[in-house]
Design a protein around this ligand. Structure first.
Ligand SMILES: [Zn+2]
Length: 516
């Protein structure tokens, strides 16, 4: 056996990742991501920060009640109110973890907490002891650990472990550390915390200098056994260590690291797509492992080599992360059985009702498009109705545009039995359509951003539109999918309006957002 240690993958896409600027996930979307993470077989899902907002609380509670497999964790600052709420939100989980934290660096003590070292040590101890009343699984983080005084840091960890912490997390909160330095810090902690053998050593690295994954790997080499990360590297500022890079580095180089994870790597690509669709944060084409170009071979010499023997230029195969080389699958004559079977082969376990809805959309798509690729099916699944209440539905849209004519659009929306119609002119067909929709709903909407991209290649490709709208300082995103880009845009705009009306509860995340 090559693998001598098992590394726990702690995913914080739904907590740190959700703190990515501009990201606002509805409860149903968080649940969908949590279910994908369970299929990916991560060990721990940090579902949110219940104290941050009622929306965060509700999402953690829903995930705790419904998602089976991984440990469900909730973040709490080191005080009773936060811990009480985290414990309440986690009640439905079979395996639950309270993750409590306090800063330990002098700069945070002086300017943020206004506490001295003794007070911080006592507070950490009390918080861990209090959290243990609710669960046997308590993680303690020393925020800004990498910039803290090493000996004080060791004292705090020793106190937290003595109070019952089962995991101690060492975050590089501001992404300041380097691999050599961070590895040395882990070794120092292992050597200077007397009761360290009673806790799992965890790390949490940020990517401000592009070293989050490298720092995490250095920590693993130095003896850490839990790594915190996010899908697509989302997170505060420059983000966290990317799950896909970490897992594939450990997997591809198990000869070197001699560790294993429990992750089903074949779910990586799909999970990345889902997270990118739901958050609206695109993956750059040159991104390691999951980027569009990660397995593309441009040069003739490389292509020739790969065709003869993949190993000449490929250190991992696309199949390992769940990209199938044979991607032409279904067409207009494919029946429901074939469609259902393909969904299962792609790893989706969906309820009967969802399959029925998707099959209708698949048939509509197959009528417009000769060949339906796996990527199209994945886009359909990612864009399926979220289960959120939909106020308005797009019934009809018509647009006239050209280089010699003013773009004019008319739309018809339906909402609880009533019909709303309007027409408007604009700068181009998308603008005219958005203005007509705004007129039909009867209130002004602040369009913040708009993005359009093709799901697959070819002139009949599916277009995926994402729209961000703003109201009273809160941002809401909507998505739409169609082979007609104006229709995709209109659907995205209506979906953003529906979300705005359903008020997703992300607005308050600023009040107590933080963590490590
Ligand atoms: Zn963080």
């Amino acid at each position: 056996m090559l693998e001598t240690r098992r590394i726990q993958i702690f995913d914080t896409t739904l907590r740190d990742g959700e703190q990515t600027p501009g990201v606002c996930l509805a409860a149903a979307e968080k649940l969908e991501i949590a279910q994908a993470l369970a299929r990916l077989k991560v060990d721990v899902i940090e579902a949110g920060f219940p104290f941050a907002s009622p929306g965060d609380f509700a999402a953690v509670r829903e995930i705790a009640a419904q998602v089976k497999g991984p440990v469900i964790a909730a973040l709490a600052r080191a005080n009773k109110e936060d811990i009480d709420l985290a414990a309440q939100a986690l009640e439905g989980a079979k395996r639950r973890r309270i993750h409590t934290f306090i800063a330990t660096s002098d700069i945070h003590l002086e300017h943020k907490l206004k506490m001295n070292r003794f007070q911080v040590l006592k507070r950490a101890e009390e918080a861990v002891r209090y959290a243990r009343k609710f669960t046997d699984d308590v993680e303690f983080s020393a925020e800004d650990a990498s910039r803290s005084d090493r000996d004080f840091l060791c004292q705090v960890y020793a106190a937290a472990i003595a109070a019952g912490a089962t995991v101690i997390n060492i975050p590089d909160t501001v992404g300041y550390s380097t691999p050599e330095e961070f590895g040395a810090l882990i070794r120092y902690i292992r050597e200077h915390v007397p009761n360290i053998d009673k806790a799992v050593i965890s790390v949490h690295c940020h990517d401000d200098l592009g070293m989050a994954v490298a720092n995490s790997l250095a920590a693993v080499a130095a003896g850490a056994t839990q790594v915190e990360c996010t899908v697509n590297g989302l997170g505060e500022r420059a983000g966290n260590a990317a799950l896909e890079e970490l897992v594939m580095a450990l997997h591809t180089r198990r000869d070197f690291y001699r560790v294993g994870t429990g992750v089903d790597t074949r779910q990586i690509y799909r999970t990345s797509k889902l997270v990118s669709t739901l958050t609206g944060i695109a993956v750059p084409p040159n991104k390691a492992v999951i980027g569009e170009n990660a397995f593309a071979h441009e040069s003739g010499i490389h292509q020739h080599g790969v065709l003869n023997h993949a190993g000449t230029y490929e250190i991992m195969s696309p199949e390992t992360i769940g990209i199938s080389r044979n991607s032409i699958v279904l067409g207009k004559h494919s029946g429901r059985h074939a469609f259902e079977q393909r969904l299962r082969q792609l790893g989706y376990e969906l309820e009967e009702k969802a399959v029925t809805e998707l099959f209708v959309r698949f048939k509509e798509l197959a009528d417009r498009k000769k060949i339906v690729f796996d990527r199209d099916i994945e886009a359909l699944v990612a864009n399926k109705a979220s289960g959120q209440p939909e106020w308005y539905q797009l019934v009809y849209h018509h647009v006239v545009s050209g280089n010699q004519t003013l773009a004019t659009a008319s739309v018809r929306l339906a909402a609880s039995g009533a019909v709303f119609e309007a027409a408007a002119c604009g700068d181009g067909p998308v603008d005219a359509t958005f203005k007509a929709i705004e007129k039909a709903v009867g209130f002004s909407i602040g369009l913040k951003d708009f993005q359009l991209k093709a799901v697959t290649a070819g002139e009949d490709a599916l277009g995926e539109a994402t729209v961000w709208v703003e109201r009273e300082g809160r941002t809401f995103s909507g998505r739409g999918l169609s082979t007609d880009i104006i229709e995709a845009s209109a659907r995205a705009y209506v979906s953003a309006i529906n979300k705005m009306l359903a008020a997703c509860g992300c607005g308050a995340s600023g009040q107590a957002a933080g963590g490590n």
